[in-house]
Ligand binder design. Structure first.
Ligand code: ATP
Ligand code: MG
Length: 170
């Protein structure tokens, strides 16, 4: 069976949560899932949860702080290493699903190119499902993906000054 390429994008909340929900469901079905988190290096609660869930693996490829203006050498190195690791996981045949969380953010900052990302995706083992999350999906990815969901922000408490909360956003 063909593994699909799914994209969760848009400004509204729910992109990473949707990907993690899918990982949880997959674990229940006995599937193996690799989650690579790009740009992120902070402590997210999902790291602790995933250790306890069979079939799920997570690795972060980012620094412990957000990119403010221009990315630094370390940001490039972390993202490129992430893409290398992800490419190996994708082609290994050891995983049913590979999630590239915030890969769109890495693309936006040009930490790697779309061509490099797509090469890794197109060389995946047969049947591997790929999930890519992040705001501002580029048109070329939207064109190539099998499924694209846009999380549309109608309202967000971030606008009221509510920062990311443990267990809800992080
Ligand atoms: P979630 O992980 O909750 O599913 P997401 O993956 O859809 O969210 P991201 O764009 O990855 O969303 O990250 C949202 C994070 O950025 C949140 O922690 C939030 O606090 C912060 N944030 C900053 N600006 C905004 C905004 N305008 N709308 C929503 N979140 C924002
Ligand atoms: Mg996210």
């Amino acid at each position: 069976m063909k593994g699909m390429v799914q994209v969760y994008t848009g400004n509204g909340k729910g992109k990473t949560t949707a990907a993690l929900g899918l990982a949880l469901r997959a674990s229940g079905a006995g599937l193996k899932v690799f989650i690579g988190q790009f740009v992120k290096g902070q402590e997210y609660s999902e790291l602790k949860a995933i250790e306890k869930i069979p079939g799920l693996e997570l690795e972060q490829f980012g620094r412990s702080c957000f990119i403010r203006k221009e990315p630094e050498e370390e940001d490039y190195q972390a993202a490129r290493r992430g893409l290398e690791v992800a490419a190996k996981k994708l082609s290994s045949g050891n995983y049913d699903i590979v999630i590239l969380d915030e890969a769109m953010i890495a693309l936006k900052y040009q930490l790697f190119s779309f061509a490099d990302l797509w090469q890794a995706i197109s060389q995946r083992a047969e049947g591997v499902e790929v999930i890519i999350t992040g705001r501002e999906a580029p048109k070329e990815l939207i064109d190539k993906a099998d499924l694209v969901t846009e999380m549309k922000e109608i309202k967000h408490y971030f606008q009221q000054g509510v920062k990311a909360r443990v267990g809800i956003e992080k």
